[in-house]
Design a protein around this ligand. Structure first.
Ligand code: 4G0
Length: 254
């Protein structure tokens, strides 16, 4: 997959190609990414990339011409440009909140251009004409869209076949199946006065699977009832929830 980034701080993206799992994905050719800086497309002596908002008020808006040129240059770099234009995604606090389903949908695209906003954001006409989708990584405001862009790249890249060593890891866990992950334990058997749950030492794979599913359900019920409300439960899941954790309540509701 190819990802283009449009950012006034291209150096911030270096961490992606230099550290950890993403660096390896790039080295292996699973992920390619290229950055364009609107400042390189500024026409004036000072390389101006911001401008005052019409109507007045505090804060600046990203200057249209350099940003538009950088987005177009990025789209032109996409290997798939001739057959299918890259999907252009803008990260802002006004976007639709990112979730694992969005991430998986983006990971199925051949090419993405991720636009990192600065200041008070971008001109609305660019939004209408060149931005395909506006996403937010959560309900808080940052000084720029660079960290959100990196969040999207990380989340998308780990969905690509070949990024994670173990091919199961990406699907297995949390959120993919609409539940929070179960607790994990590693050696030694006793830490800080606490023993590893017996079932995990039993060698009974079926019992381990059921325990993990039950713990996932319990956690999701306790911490993210909204996730549980959106998801249908299998007979086994319904049984586990009732049996171990919330028996009387669920039954009363039925
Ligand atoms: C656009 C994204 C971009 C508008 C970007 C700020 C948080 C997120 C930016 C603004 C960002 C997020 C209106 C301040 C850059 N902060 N939650 N900052 N305004 O995804």
């Amino acid at each position: 997959m190819w990802i283009g980034v449009v950012s006034l701080f291209p150096e911030m993206m270096r961490i992606i190609s230099e550290q950890g799992v993403l660096a390896r994905a790039i080295a292996q050719g699973v992920l390619q990414f290229e950055v364009q800086n609107p400042r390189d497309f500024a026409e004036d002596r000072h390389s101006t990339v911001d401008d005052r908002p019409y109507g007045g008020g505090p804060g600046m808006v990203m200057k249209v011409a350099p940003l538009l040129a950088a987005i177009q240059a990025s789209k032109a770099q996409a290997p798939s440009a001739s057959t299918q234009p890259a999907r252009v995604v803008y990260l802002s606090p006004q976007g639709v909140t990112l979730n694992q389903a969005n991430v998986q949908r983006l990971a199925a695209e051949p090419a993405l251009v991720l636009v990192a906003g600065r200041y008070e954001g971008i001109d609305e006409r660019l939004m209408d004409e060149v931005i395909d989708e506006e996403l937010s990584i959560g309900d808080y405001v940052l000084t720029g869209g660079e960290l959100p862009v990196m969040v999207v790249i990380d989340a998308v890249a780990r969905c690509l076949p070949g990024t994670l060593g173990n091919p199961e890891s990406a699907d297995y866990e949390s959120h993919r199946n609409g539940l929070l992950d179960c607790p994990h334990y590693t050696r030694p058997e006793r830490v800080l006065g606490h023993q590893v749950p017996d079932v995990l030492l039993s060698g009974d794979h079926e019992a381990v699977r059921r325990w993990r599913l039950g713990e996932s359900l319990r956690r999701t019920y306790e911490r993210r009832p909204d996730m549980l409300a959106r998801r249908s439960l299998s007979d086994e899941e319904r049984g586990l929830l009732r049996e171990h954790f919330v028996g009387s309540r669920l039954e009363n509701e039925e």
